[in-house]
Design a protein around this ligand. Structure first.
Ligand code: NAD
Length: 486
């Protein structure tokens, strides 16, 4: 393994200070299964302190954040984006070692993190309320105000990107933040928090409390003094945190993953489509909420598509992220064995593996590798078509008509993303309107990450929107001021 960068502190960031905790948690490298470092294990005391620091910073009892205008906040966000760019190599090396993802993807994630800060830096002073024509002797306006203390609970699959998505928008809008990163992978987040402190962010504006979901996470979600909660992770945990937040009437944004379909018609540009289909499922070893995990293929091109997919998947290589393979390991043994069990059950039900990638000969032993693979002959209604597998597994189905394509695409409780591949303009629009999904891509998948594009789910994929201007608005609330001037 190449030399690792210096590890971030084994501590939590509270009120501008790095605070050590009585207990620590080991962090494992997914590529080797060996311990990489330790992180702080925040419990009730640290979570309370972090919420209190964020509260005081927002209310003007700690630091001067409350005096920062939208323009000043934007200027800080710009300078922080530059600090991220400057540190990109170290951040990417940490992200690669910690999550196991290929180094080129880790670099892309760090660049995206900086772009979030730049986007919301520019947007900070362009978000405003409205005036409303009312009765003749009134002047009425809406003020767009920050919520106050934003609690953010984020997962391990894209720590740096999701940090950017949540923190940049919340701070641009004038909130303060308590962020609970995932225990499986949060080294880039800790380094980003260090950079934020060094870049002059006032104390208490950003507090980071690493720890277990059942401890720091649960305490944060149930805290009576948070004003907003955003959660990214599994539907089961999303339900729990939303229930906790409801006890205090705290508004919640939930981003809970998906089972996203790509719909491939025979008239599509096949080279572009198949490249995007493969990319859409192997990126981050399929551990992506918006992964294109289902492929629906028009029957007239079904056999040809299967033979292309078999060729492409047969050439895919799995290896440690630092060797920049097509596909890295899964995050840990729990995710790997969980996926292997589901795949074994599917094979026992008659599901066939059409093709799979291979492990590099010199891949490190102990890595949590699952080969990228294509599943076919899947009975309708089978779990591999409805459950989020969170691995590099593409489930393929055949359809005869546009009507059937829509029915199969919508045969899921999730609704995060969908891809439609066809040259027929009318069909593009008809399907885009009929697919139940927060985002629909036509003749592309994912729009290269599009941080400017509102993103979020329907149904089991969650609710609320992040990214783009919608994301910024979601960290504000409207106050109506009605002045009767006589
Ligand atoms: P999870 O939802 O349990 O964890 C996500 C975050 O929530 C982590 O920070 C975790 O510490 C925290 N958390 C866990 N329990 C909590 C609780 N009771 N209260 C408050 N916070 C809590 O996800 P997981 O167990 O890491 O992964 C399980 C499955 O979730 C995956 O297989 C995948 O299907 C899905 N997942 C989805 C995403 C996504 O981007 N939508 C990300 C990670 C995992």
């Amino acid at each position: 393994m190449s030399r690792l960068p210096e590890m971030p502190p084994c501590a939590s960031l509270i009120a501008g200070e790095w605070v050590r905790t009585p207990h620590a948690l080991s962090v494992e490298a997914p590529a080797t299964g060996r311990v990489l470092t330790e992180i702080a294990r925040c419990q009730t005391t640290q979570t309370e302190d972090a919420v209190m620091a964020a509260r005081q910073a927002f209310d003007g009892q700690l630091g001067r954040w409350h005096e920062w205008s939208a323009r000043l906040r934007g200027e800080w966000l710009f300078s922080f984006a530059a600090a991220i760019d400057e540190d990109a190599e170290t951040l990417a090396a940490l992200e690669c070692a910690d999550t196991g993802k290929p180094i080129s993807q880790a670099k892309g994630d760090i660049a995206a993190c900086a772009r979030y800060f730049r986007f919301y830096a520019g947007a900070a002073d362009k978000l405003h309320g409205e005036t409303i024509p009312f009765e003749i002797d009134y002047a009425v306006m809406t003020l767009r105000e920050p919520f106050g203390v934003c609690a953010q609970i984020i997962p391990w699959n894209y720590p740096a990107q999701i940090f950017g998505r949540c923190v940049a928008a919340a701070l641009a809008a004038g909130n303060t933040v308590v962020l609970k990163p995932a225990e499986e992978a949060c080294l880039s987040v800790l380094r980003l928090a260090q950079l934020a402190q060094e870049s002059g962010l006032p104390p208490g504006v950003l507090n980071v409390i690493p720890g277990l979901g059942s401890e720091a996470g649960a305490t944060l979600a149930a805290h009576s003094r948070i004003d907003h909660l955003s959660f990214t992770g599994s539907p089961a945990t999303g339900t729990l945190v939303a229930q906790s937040a409801a006890a205090h009437h705290v508004p919640v944004t939930l981003e809970l993953g998906g089972k996203s379909p790509q719909i491939l018609f025979a008239d599509a540009d096949m080279d572009a489509a198949l490249a995007a289909v493969v990319r859409g499922i192997i990126q981050n070893a399929g551990q992506t909420c918006s992964a294109g995990s289902r492929l629906l293929v028009e029957s007239t091109c079904f056999d040809a598509v299967l033979s292309h997919l078999a060729q492409r998947f047969g050439k895919l290589r799995c290896d440690a992220g630092e060797n920049d393979p097509d596909c890295g390991p899964l995050i840990n043994a729990r995710q790997r064995t969980g996926l292997e069990e589901r795949l074994a059950a599917a094979r026992a039900d008659g599901v066939r593996v059409l093709a799979e990638g291979r492990l590099a000969e010199d891949a490190p032993p102990g890595g949590h590798f699952v080969m990228p693979q294509v599943l076919v002959d899947i009975p309708e209604g089978h779990a591999v078509l409805s459950e989020e597998l969170f691995g590099p597994v593409l489930a393929v189905q055949r359809f005869e008509s546009e009507e059937e394509a829509v029915r199969l695409a919508n045969a899921t409780d999730f609704g995060l993303c969908a891809g439609i591949w066809t040259q027929d303009g009318g069909r593009q629009l008809r399907l885009a309107k009929r697919i139940r999904s927060g985002q629909v891509f036509v003749n592309n998948y994912g729009a290269a990450g599009g941080i400017e594009l509102p993103f979020g789910g329907i149904g089991r994929s969650g609710h609320g929107r992040e990214k783009g201007f919608e994301g910024l608005k979601s960290y504000t609330r409207i106050k109506t001021v009605a002045i009767r001037h006589g």
